[in-house]
Design a protein around this ligand. Structure first.
Ligand code: SF4
Ligand code: SF4
Length: 298
């Protein structure tokens, strides 16, 4: 079973739209939407949710007013100024409270309260799902607004997708990875068998592509590159492919700019399903060349 990841150096390159189309070309794949901060593969693939679980990560302190003796030790020790004095709701006595949004979950107050008046619950930071789609099973997730630790959630979604692939004897896990080069991207790439980096023919696209390729090189993952909307700036597309080759990556095709891509998205269809002729042919070529490359890659 191979695990292949689609990523981009930054958002807005058309990565998810391309991934949805590739999913339709992969006959026996499990999909994993690991772009957990802005998951939108579901908008095209309309998953039918079979399983939903809370995603728990990190802790938050909360003081039980009934047990607090108002010594103020927790407030003095909290380096995030998350604890403030308050009046006990029943008798007005001095107690302390935690401002949930300011608590970083370090635990210092919990360990130092002389009367154990502070709870330290694990937080629900989102949810993850296992669903059916018309292009196969999909593991996906939603991170709560402002929640952290998306790298951990990415790893969890990948793990679920791998388990489905093993259980259902599927030979490919196709991952829609997050943009950028941060912790979630590292979590999406580590241990994968190959990566397709989607970029666009702009100066920032080239810059971000090289950063992502450096990361893939560091993680020793065979990298393929696809330039989306290449015909907007053909010379820049040539330069990007040359730079990608110099960085050790393999160009596997170009996808033209076509309003049909947006029209397909509005209808909840992949570009292949919308039968967007030349545009769909571009994507079929990318898929074939990427699969050929992935087969030969170590
Ligand atoms: S350390 Fe404990 S008892 Fe003292 S103010 Fe904080 S919560 Fe209350
Ligand atoms: S857990 Fe840490 S950050 Fe949160 S209130 Fe206690 S000391 Fe402050």
């Amino acid at each position: 079973m191979k695990e292949l990841v689609v990523i981009s150096g930054k958002g807005g390159t058309g990565k998810t739209s391309l991934t949805a189309s590739l999913a339709g070309l992969a006959p026996n794949a499990v999909l994993a939407d690991c772009d957990v901060d802005a998951a939108d593969l579901h908008l095209i693939l309309a998953p039918d949710i079979r399983r939903r679980e809370d995603f728990r990560s990190g802790h938050r302190a909360s003081i039980r007013a009934a047990d607090c003796i108002g010594c103020g030790r927790c407030a003095a020790l909290c380096r995030y100024n998350a604890i403030a004095p308050a009046a006990h709701p029943s008798d007005g006595a001095r107690v302390f409270t935690v401002e949930a949004g300011a608590c970083e979950g370090c635990g210092v107050c919990v360990w130092n309260c002389p009367v154990n008046a502070i709870d330290f619950e694990e937080q629900v930071c989102g949810a993850w799902f296992v669903s059916d789609t018309r292009h196969g099973p999909m593991a996906h997730a939603r991170l709560a607004p402002g929640a952290e630790n998306s790298g951990k959630l990415v790893s969890l979604v990948r793990e679920q997708a791998r388990e489905i692939a093993k259980r259902e004897n599927r030979d490919l896990v196709l991952v829609d990875g997050p943009p950028g080069t941060g912790c979630p991207v590292i979590a999406a790439l580590t241990g994968a068998h190959g990566v397709l980096v989607v970029t666009e023919p702009t100066v920032s696209g080239a810059h971000d592509l090289l950063r992502v390729l450096a990361l893939a090189g560091h993680l020793k993952i065979p990298a393929a590159v696809c330039i989306n909307k290449w015909d907007i700036q053909p010379e820049q597309a040539d330069r990007i492919e040359a730079a990608a080759r110099a960085a050790g990556a393999t160009p596997v095709g170009r996808v033209r700019y076509d309003k049909a891509a947006t029209a397909a998205q509005r209808r909840g269809l992949t570009i292949i399903e919308a039968d967007a002729n030349s545009l769909a042919d571009d994507i079929r070529t990318v898929w074939k060349q990427w699969m050929d490359f992935a087969k030969e890659a170590p």
